[in-house]
Write a protein that binds this ligand. Structure first.
Ligand SMILES: [Zn+2]
Length: 190
């Protein structure tokens, strides 16, 4: 009963702060087409990412959280490097790794569909320096698989899909959902 009370208090506190426990983002390709979604859920062991995207080359692809919530097609360089608040090296197999935004590769089936679930162990949707929402980040899928050790980003080739994980404040300020045709000439906000 006591545990339940604590749990309820935690829920209430998180509601008061308007911190999300779940968030779904749209994933776009370099041509500006929406090709799927990623659902992010706050869990005790980290942030769960349920990713469902289509039209990829069959096989393994790198997937990472990047520094900035800006997916400017076609190269998505606007999203910056891998999200790395603790100054580590790249790669889940690197002895001095990994970036907080590093994740295991996803695999597209023969039809090009990725439908999977990954945990980002260190991340949170709540506030703090490990938050992937507080200042905003982006989720990017790469052309090739991440080899887990090569600096700075695993030799993953081009960035092919991108989804903005926007901070809540920015989300509320916008009246309408992002129009992908706008991304080309979207003004810089800071
Ligand atoms: Zn990395």
């Amino acid at each position: 009963m006591r545990l339940l009370s604590i749990f309820l208090i935690l829920i209430l506190v998180s509601c008061q702060n308007h911190t999300p426990s779940a968030k779904t983002i749209d994933m776009y390709n370099a041509a500006g087409d929406m090709v799927g979604t990623a659902k992010l859920t706050e869990q005790s062991e980290g942030v769960k990412v349920e990713i469902k995207v289509e039209n990829l080359t069959p096989g393994f692809h790198g997937i990472h959280v990047h520094e900035f919530p800006k997916c400017k097609a076609p190269d998505f360089k606007s999203a910056g490097n891998h999200f790395n608040p603790e100054g580590k090296e790249h790669g889940l197999m690197h002895p001095e790794g990994a970036h907080l935004g590093d994740m295991p590769n996803v695999e597209a089936d023969e039809s090009g569909l990725v439908d999977g679930e990954i945990i980002i162990p260190e991340a949170t949707l709540l506030d703090g320096n490990k938050s992937i929402v507080q200042k905003g980040t982006a989720l990017i899928i790469d052309e090739d698989k991440d080899d887990g050790v090569t600096q700075p980003s695993g030799n993953t080739g081009a960035r092919i899909l991108c989804g903005e994980i926007k901070p809540e404040s920015e989300e509320k300020a916008k009246e309408s959902p992002t129009d992908p045709t706008d991304t080309e000439d979207q003004e810089e906000e800071d």
